[in-house]
Design a protein around this ligand. Sequence first.
Ligand code: TRP
Length: 344
Amino acid sequence: MEKKPVMLSGDRPTGRMHIGHYVGSLANRVRLQNEGKYQPYVMIADMQALTDNARDPEKIRNSLFQVALDYLAVGIDPAKSTIFVQSQIPALNELTMIYMNLVTVARLERNPTVKHEIQQKRFNESVPAGFLTYPVSQAADITAFKAAVIPVGDDQEPMIEQTRELVRSFNHIYDSKVLVEPTGYFPPQGQGRIPGLDGNAKMSKSLNNAIYLADDEDTIQKKVMSMYTDPNHIHVQDPGQVAGNTVFTYLDIFADDSSYVAELKAQYQHGGLGDVKIKRYLNEVLQAKLAPIRERRAVFAADLEQVSKILETGSAAANETAEATLQQVRDAMGINYFQSAGRR
Ligand code: TRP
């Protein structure tokens, strides 16, 4: 059988997923999965989530199932993708320890995404060592599956770069070809990110400006009707701004009828089109997109035992792959003292 290149993606389970995750990454992953060119692995990164939530394992545990439901709801298909749980793959921890010796503290401190998160989370002088080093653990995730393609948002670029460096170091130092350099697969320029309901550049749980994949019809409607538009568009007959108007940003992303959206924009800029009307249209568009996702989610949510089985089966398969890579890594380093090669 011909072997397809491996594609790996993952998410930290810290809450339910929202339409920002959908646009930025989930939709892409489902499309790539269904194209069938890659062998997809999808990982719920609970160990990585613990690096800044060590005191709240309950949150991670609950979110694990929420994320799994969101995956299944959007169409990640366990018959095509291996869905697994990071903490259930012991080889990842051993690979992390091995790679830790190939990276300097200074290099870790320079990682722009980690740097930004440290500021954002106000760790100050109290950065957990596990948090500072999570890019190394992410390199273990990626290399354990010899993943070639990593579909992620732009903020993950530094992780891919660090992984590539580690792969080169390892293969060079241990004179091996065991590890594979990954390539990031990013959303097209400007399409990967949607603003929050309040117009903030980022949609996130902590900013309380998100529409969740699991939101019910009423909740979606309420959120849409409260969205940020043009603050200077006070009377219906006033000309309104389209640029920076979150309702139009969402319509550009979600509405299939782009010529109708263009008409609405022209009318809005001219004056005479009220915010309520464009919001009602956006509500219709979003309800139509999200209803099938929500319905599929509910079917799986009613059978958590099945979801658990999917994760267990996926984790067992992922474990075998990661163990095999770890064995090759140990062989390459010559630290397989007591077994003949290939056995542990
Ligand atoms: N850091 C990723 C995020 O925050 C999650 C993640 C962990 C990941 N391991 C990964 C993504 C490996 C891709 C590949 O979204």
